[in-house]
Design a protein around this ligand. Sequence first.
Ligand code: PEP
Ligand code: MN
Length: 337
Amino acid sequence: MKESASAKEIESVEKLLAEFGFQTHPIQGEKKTVIGAIGDKRLLSMNQILTMDGVENVVPIMKPYKLASKELHKEPSVIEIGHGITVGGKQLAVFAGPCAIESQEQFTTVSKAVKASGANILRGGAFKPRSSPYSFQGLGKEGIDLLIQARKITGLPIVTEIMDLSDLDCFADVDVVQVGARNMQNFTLLKALGRSDKPVLLKRGLSSTLQELLMSAEYIMSEGNQNVILCERGIRTFEPATRNTLDLSAVPLLQQKTHLPITVDPSHATGIASLVEPMALCAVTAGCDALEIEVHNDPKNAWSDGAQSLTPAQFAETMKKVKALSEFMGKPLDVNE
Ligand code: PEP
Ligand code: MN
């Protein structure tokens, strides 16, 4: 729509598109509104739309993902997390915390430590997807209560993973819902998360292409929720020396294709604590919008993912470098006060 388009003109265009059988998604930019319209374009009279008051242009989007596509939304999306924190745009965010929440003491200790080092968002697994059914499966609802408690203590927003739709009620008071790599194509879950407006951190599947990742984002967005944050967390390759292979070219490539913010998780990508800092710095250099890093007060005795977890002291050192580099890159680390 033109900059000068009135609310009434926008509404009339949406109404006509609906009559042609299109689903509409108005996107309000700083200056203009763009109406995303999903439907069969053969049923649409382009001319009729083009000649309506307030219409600037009609652009067909050929990509299979449309709402996630940069063609529809040129400016990078900035997602409000709450507590004054945003992901995307001009600042870098850091999600940090243990792989799994083990106890109140453990989580409070790590939460305070990561906040002191400059992390903006607390992470901690309550429902854990483990390769073995005999491994610790997470504290479940009790873990979510501990996250909420840690948010009260630190003032930082919280992110945690949902594994099953039947647990959705437990996530009502969580700031960001994480969809893990193993659930990237759980379309029922994605659609349900799309029906709220809670930010979703969507991790790339173990062997998913970038197009599949974007199509999964589209599942969430097509239900109405535009608050999707993508996460590159390494993919399965033939190389066994690292847990996964970090696909860093995904960052600039995704930025060419989508307006959605992009997070990099160097912890799951490498599986090795000593590789987390160098890969985190490379991710910042590649232009990521956020990092997700696992930190544990006692990695040797962690109940999950100890080998890839940084100690609070290592995390503090890494954050000093991340902070300096992010300033140099022109996307400084967001404050966490
Ligand atoms: C996690 O972040 O705790 C996790 C399980 O990650 P992923 O889904 O990327 O394996
Ligand atoms: Mn983990």
